[in-house]
Design a protein around this ligand. Structure first.
Ligand code: 5GP
Length: 214
C-alpha cells in the first residue's frame, strides 16, 4: 500500500529548540521519503542570509500577518523570539486531502494549538545531544546576533520541558540516524490500520483468482 492509497494524509509536527537541527533533518527526510510535503510558514522575521522567500518562509509584514489572522487563514500562530510565525491553513488542507503527509517545523506553542485543532497529527520532539552543541549549532549558522544567540540558548531549556507532551523523541546526535528514526516513525504511522483505505484493497483481493500452481 502506498501513501496515495490513503484517503487523507496526516500532519507531522516537529518541534525542538532552535539549533536542534529541525531544518536539516526535514530537508534530508524529503530526499529519503516519498509523499512528504513541507509546510512553509509565514513570518514577520527578516530573512537571514541565504534564506529564500517562499522556500524557507513567506516573509511578510506585521500588517499582512494580522490580516491572515483575522481572515482565519492560519492554522496556528505564535510569537517566537520576538517575531510572529504562523502556519497557513489552506496548503495543509489541500495537501493532506491529496494524501500527502505534511511536515511542520513549528515551536511548542504552535504544536499545542495543532494538538487541539488537528489531533490526528503526530508530534515529534527533536532533542539536541547537549546544551553546548546546541549553542555551537546556533553560532555556526551565522544568522543571529550575540544577543539573539543568548536568548535562543536561554529559552532552549524551557522548551525542552515540553517534550512530555509529544508522541516521539529523537536525539539528534548523528544526522543520518536522526533522519532514519524520523523516517521509521512516519512509516509506522502510515501502516496504522485506521489510516489506510483497506476496504477497497480487500474488496480487490476478493475478486482475484487464487490459483497458484508452483
Ligand atoms: P527560526 O527563526 O530559527 O527560523 O525559527 C524560530 C522558531 O520558530 C523555531 O523553533 C521554529 O520551529 C519556529 N517556527 C517556524 N515556523 C513556525 C510557525 O509557523 N509556527 C510556529 N508556532 N512556530 C514556527
Amino acid at each position: 500500500m502506498t501513501y496515495l492509497e490513503r484517503e487523507q494524509g496526516f500532519l507531522i509536527v516537529l518541534s525542538g529548540p532552535s539549533g536542534a537541527g529541525k531544518n536539516t533533518i526535514v530537508n534530508e527526510l524529503r530526499k529519503r521519503l516519498d509523499g512528504i510535503s513541507y509546510s512553509v510558514s509565514v513570518t514577520t522575521r527578516p530573512p537571514g542570509q541565504g534564506e529564500i522567500d517562499g522556500v524557507h518562509y513567506d516573509f511578510i509584514t506585521c500588517d499582512e500577518f494580522r490580516e491572515m489572522q483575522k481572515a482565519g487563514e492560519l492554522l496556528e500562530w505564535a510569537t517566537v523570539y520576538g517575531n510572529l510565525y504562523g502556519t497557513p491553513r489552506k496548503f495543509i488542507e489541500i495537501m493532506t486531502a491529496r494524501g500527502y503527509d505534511v511536515i511542520l517545523d513549528i515551536d511548542i506553542q504552535g504544536a499545542k494549538q495543532i494538538k487541539n485543532s488537528w489531533p490526528a497529527g503526530i508530534f515529534v520532539f527533536l532533542m539536541p545531544p547537549s546544551m553546548s552543541e546546541l549553542r555551537r549549532r546556533i553560532c555556526v549558522r551565522g544568522r543571529d546576533s550575540e544577543d539573539a544567540i543568548d536568548i535562543r540558548s536561554r529559552l532552549a531549556w524551557d522548551e525542552l520541558q515540553a517534550v512530555f507532551d509529544y508522541d516521539y523523541v529523537i536525539i539528534n546526535n548523528n544526522l543520518d540516524e536522526a533522519v532514519d528514526n524520523l523516517r521509521a516513525i512516519i512509516t509506522a504511522e502510515r501502516s496504522k490500520v485506521r489510516r489506510c483505505n483497506l476496504l477497497g484493497f480487500i474488496g480487490n483481493l476478493k475478486g482475484q483468482p487464487c490459483n497458484f500452481s508452483g
